[in-house]
Design a protein around this ligand. Structure first.
Ligand code: AMP
Length: 181
């Protein structure tokens, strides 16, 4: 099974991904987590990504797709994935579809976690990651609206999109996701 967890920064994608991967035995691929790990290791990719993350801008599609391809290949025959924070642009969504199609795979569901802006800002400020400061958060939400939100239409057209209210309790959101898939 291949699931995409979609939503704005602070919607709870990481929290739900941790619960879902256990329940559904999916390989969790969070591009944000992978990038932070690369930054931590001081790798070439990490050095390239660092300034984008700090500014709340998106890392280039080319870097992201290269990274995803490596992770999919290194997962061997196993084709159960939970994508979190990816795809983030229509071009990433199209490239993912192509990559999956080449391997006779396809996305089963796209779960969209729906949370209002005010709640997002409050949640992100509480989380306190280094890119969770007011200035970067404001830009991340702007980037989300301009570059990521159009993907929702892309997936709605292919009838994959399921909208889940994201401001219920963690357990309620989780149960609603499970019920929907
Ligand atoms: P996240 O952990 O998903 O909030 O991502 C943190 C940061 O990593 C983002 O603000 C971007 O700079 C970068 N990033 C994560 N995923 C992607 C992606 N799929 N495409 C481009 N940039 C990404």
């Amino acid at each position: 099974m291949i699931i995409v967890l979609f939503g704005p920064p602070g919607a709870g994608k990481g929290t739900q991904a941790d619960l879902l991967k256990g329940e559904l035995h999916l390989h969790h691929l969070s591009t944000g987590d992978i990038l932070r790990e690369e930054v931590g290791n001081g790798s070439e990719l990490g050095l390239l990504a660092k300034k984008f993350i700090a500014a709340g801008e998106l890392v280039t599609d080319k870097l992201i797709m290269g990274m995803i391809k490596n992770k999919i290949v290194s997962n061997g025959e196993n084709s159960d994935f939970l994508f979190d924070g990816f795809p983030r642009t229509t071009s990433q969504a199209e490239a993912l579809d192509e990559m999956l199609e080449e391997n006779s795979l396809k996305i089963d569901k796209v779960i969209s976690l729906e949370v209002e802006d005010d709640d997002l800002i409050e949640r992100l400020l509480l989380r306190g990651r280094s890119d969770d400061n007011k200035q970067t958060i404001t830009n991340r939400l702007k980037v989300y609206k301009n570059q990521t939100l159009p993907i929702k239409d892309y997936y709605a057209k292919s009838k994959l999109l399921i909208k889940i209210k994201g401001n219920d309790s963690i357990e309620e959101v989780f149960n609603n996701i499970i019920k929907s898939i």
